[in-house]
Ligand binder design. Structure first.
Ligand code: CA
Length: 492
């Protein structure tokens, strides 16, 4: 086992804000099932002065409470003094019987609070409302409602913030137990002409429904006097351009996924099962501190390489297959999204290489066009389409350029952020946005008029591209993409 320690300090986007981001990490090698995996285990993207073990908060690089506070302030500025806004946590979800999925906060609520607990609610009142909490009676513009501390519950499911923790760890001026939400909500309706409340999404479950039912009842009762509006478009627009703090977390997520992809490429060999590639990716990302995958891993080999969102991952891989590996981790709620396609045997066949090189050229052409003010849907996407059309025509796979959609039938990519498919924009790129670029060519068996040597070849290449003030930065380019480099890494 070798280990290496390095410490890097760098400034993120100097011109946008003077925020320093420190990355400290060490690499080590871990042996899993006879395969040596490089693991970068302790990189931190953002340093915070304090942890709060008394509230179950142990991470030292969470986004600072000032980030969430400034988001709340932007909402208040935008809705104006005669309005209030209510937001509520994402719902818990039952997996089966009494087992829940691991809880993950709703994006908009997280973006405004930093709060990761279910059954929490937020009132924003730009004009202020009077509250009575542990600091006495005071006027405040923002109140977070959270589950109260409860030693017997906490002995089962872990520590909670409680109102005191919400103030200390999340920087709220006022915080109350969530059972008091109704009282303050009704009070806020009495002072507001307009109330912003998100529409509940389909299939919400759990205790948050009690609060949503209270909200619905009040909406019926007050709708003659108060105008109700949905604040979601407002928050989604704010989320489009990422702050330097968010970019530091996204870059960390991207780095973790890139390291995990390298581990998978090194480990892959014929006879392994698709789920073993998934296992290595998940293991490697979690070893580096990622809490989740941003979406179920796609590891499609052979015939499954031509299925865009194949996630069964049960097939045994054979010599001569390519495997499309579209896997990304989520770190502190921010997503990353990388795809590499590799030959299971360690060497691309000639037909695989012919398709691969078209996709790679499409990827490179699209990425090279990315900079502020360029339109993603028109200019960037069209660059990739043109390369794919020309390539498929050259190989005789299509006879007319308009037929390319039979083999590249998805968009070029999408914005990336709290969601893997993050809030869409009008496509005109701005500094601080992150987009994926993921062209692909997929040729299923028995494709009419296509030489059988190309059947069952699916190739997709995807990187995460940060738009900078004067161009772009590929934040996932530490995973090899050139065929020779992939083959070299597979020999390791
Ligand atoms: Ca993607």
């Amino acid at each position: 086992m070798t280990s290496k320690f390095y410490f890097v300090k760098r400034m993120i986007n100097e011109k946008r804000a003077k925020i320093f981001c420190s990355i400290s990490a060490f690499s080590l090698l871990v042996i899993v099932g006879g395969v040596i995996l490089p693991i970068d285990s302790t990189g931190k993207c953002y340093s915070q002065e304090k942890t709060y073990p008394e509230y179950g908060i142990y991470d030292t690089d969470l986004l600072p409470s000032s980030f969430f506070k400034s988001n709340r302030e932007k909402v208040m500025k935008s809705i104006g003094d005669s309005a209030v806004a209510i937001f509520y946590a994402g719902s818990e979800r039952i997996r089966n019987n009494d087992v829940q999925y691991k809880y993950r906060q709703g994006d908009d609520f997280f973006y405004l609070t930093g709060c990761s607990e279910p059954n929490s609610l937020l009132i924003l009142a730009p004009k202020g409302i009077m509250v009575v909490d542990s600091t006495g009676v005071h006027r405040t513009k923002e109140v977070l409602f959270v589950m109260p501390r409860d030693p017997s519950r906490e002995s089962w499911t872990g520590k909670r913030l409680g109102p005191q923790g919400a103030k200390e760890a999340l920087g709220f001026d006022a915080a109350l137990p969530n059972k008091e939400f109704k009282k303050y909500f009704l009070q806020s309706l009495n002072v507001a002409k307009v109330t912003y409340i998100p529409l509940p999404s389909e299939g919400m479950e759990g205790n948050i429904l009690e609060f949503i039912n209270e909200i619905k009842k009040a909406e019926l009762q007050y709708n003659s006097r108060v105008e109700f509006r949905d604040p979601t478009p407002l928050v989604r627009e704010m989320r489009q351009v990422k702050s330097p703090e968010e970019l530091a977390v996204i870059e960390r997520a991207a780095q973790i996924s890139a390291n995990a992809h390298r581990a998978v490429i090194i480990a892959c060999k014929q006879g392994m099962y698709e789920y073993q590639l998934q296992a290595i990716f998940e293991y490697s990302s979690e070893m580096q501190g990622a809490e989740y995958v941003a979406y179920p891993c796609i590891d499609g080999s052979g015939e499954n390489s031509t299925i865009f969102h194949y996630e069964t991952n049960r097939r045994q891989m054979k010599d001569g297959d390519v495997v499309v590996m579209d896997c990304g981790c989520e770190y502190h709620n921010y997503a990353s999204d990388i795809t590499r396609t590799i030959p299971v045997s360690g060497k691309f066949s000639q037909p695989q290489l012919e398709i691969y090189n078209i996709v790679l050229a499409a990827h490179d052409s699209a990425v090279s066009a990315m900079r502020p003010r360029v339109n993603y849907y028109m200019t960037v996407s069209q660059k990739a389409v043109k390369v794919i059309q020309d390539g498929l025509l050259r190989l005789g796979i299509i006879k007319d350029k308009d037929e390319y959609g039979k083999f590249f039938n998805h968009g070029l990519g999408h914005p990336l952020g709290l969601d893997v498919h993050d809030v869409w924009t009008n496509g005109v790129l701005r500094s601080g946005e992150v987009w994926t670029v993921e062209p692909g060519i997929y040729i299923p068996a028995n494709s009419p008029g296509v030489d059988p040597k190309y059947w069952n070849i699916g190739i997709r290449i995807e990187d995460d591209i940060l738009i900078t003030d004067d161009g772009h930065k590929n934040i996932t380019d530490s995973v090899p993409v050139e065929p020779k480099e992939i083959e070299k890494l597979m020999k390791k």
